[in-house]
Design a binder for this molecule. Structure first.
Ligand code: FAD
Length: 259
């Protein structure tokens, strides 16, 4: 149980290295657990790739790969594909271009103080928040405000390795996800549900002591996200929403530590 040397990270940024690590791990490890993809699980994968294709602010090589993968999936009308075929497309076996996704994870903000802490689940939250905000940025007159949330719900249900987490997330989703009417509500829904999870997990023995679970964002990170009403402190929700849109904007992504 060695402590690791943490890469210095700026808490007000999000890191492309974390986001690409999320894609690498989800597509090469989580999806790879199923040698045959079919039925609802295949539909969940198609949805995930489609949302990434539309809203993930990918670097050019990765963008090309996501488009290629999306086209390949949409051309396959069969209700069953092998992970091997999917991986061949993912890894660009047909041509000898460089690999577009690093062959290993490279966590920055999501790096834990020990290898068993943080990492992938932290990148999944980061990716999900980013996608809810990017869906707003790309919104059209007929875009569905629940699209990203329903896709991540299915991703979690069919692929997320932590099955207890998936059960808890599905519970929250089935309670209220269907009530979301616009993109702002979708962004706020994910923020408040993530805080519910933080509250439930605060102080448990899997928490990284260097990164305690808090009701996020902290006062330091966003001084005007809370306000006082008599003796209580409550969220200033419009300011929280502004903060989330800024935090998960393309211009707030750091490209540091990418190989
Ligand atoms: P994380 O909670 O992973 O958050 C990552 C980063 O997001 C934080 O460092 C912070 O910068 C930012 N952040 C924090 N809160 C918010 C917020 N409210 N809105 C926006 N950004 C925020 N673990 C369990 O033990 N039980 C569970 O039931 C469980 N359910 C999960 C469900 C999902 C969908 C996911 C993705 C993960 C779940 N996990 C669960 C894992 C757990 O939530 C953490 O991801 C993990 O413990 C790592 O924590 P972390 O300190 O890196 O912060």
């Amino acid at each position: 149980e060695e402590n690791v040397t943490l890469k210095p990270a700026n808490s007000s940024k999000i890191y492309m290295a974390d986001l690409e690590s999320s894609l690498h791990y989800s597509l090469r490890v989580e999806v790879a657990r199923y040698s045959t993809l079919e039925g609802e699980r295949l539909a969940a994968l198609r949805g995930y790739i489609n949302v990434l294709q539309k809203y993930f602010p990918a670097r050019p090589m990765l963008r090309t790969m996501l488009n290629y993968l999306g086209d390949w999936l949409s051309k396959r009308e069969t209700d069953s594909i092998s992970y091997e075929d999917f991986a061949n497309v993912l890894n660009n076996k047909d041509n000898d271009k460089d690999a577009v996704l690093a062959p290993h994870v490279n966590y920055v903000w999501c790096q834990g103080s020990k290898p068993e802490y943080r990492g992938f689940p932290c990148t999944v939250w980061t990716l999900f928040h980013l996608l809810t905000v990017q869906a707003l940025e790309h919104k059209t007159s007929n875009s569905d405000p629940q699209e990203v949330l329903q896709v991540m719900r299915k991703y979690v249900r069919f692929f997320f390795g932590c099955r207890a987490c998936a059960g808890e997330f599905e519970k929250m989703a089935s309670e209220s996800m269907h009530t979301i009417r616009d993109h702002d509500e979708a962004i706020k829904w994910l923020w408040s549900r993530h805080n519910r999870v933080n509250k439930r997990l605060a102080g448990n023995n899997e928490e990284d002591p260097e990164f305690p679970k808090i009701q996020w964002p902290s006062k330091e990170l966003c001084p005007n996200c809370r306000r006082k009403v008599l003796n209580d402190e409550i969220w200033d929700v419009p300011n929280v929403l502004r903060f989330l849109k800024q935090r998960f904007s393309v211009s707030n992504i750091s490209f540091k530590y990418l190989e």
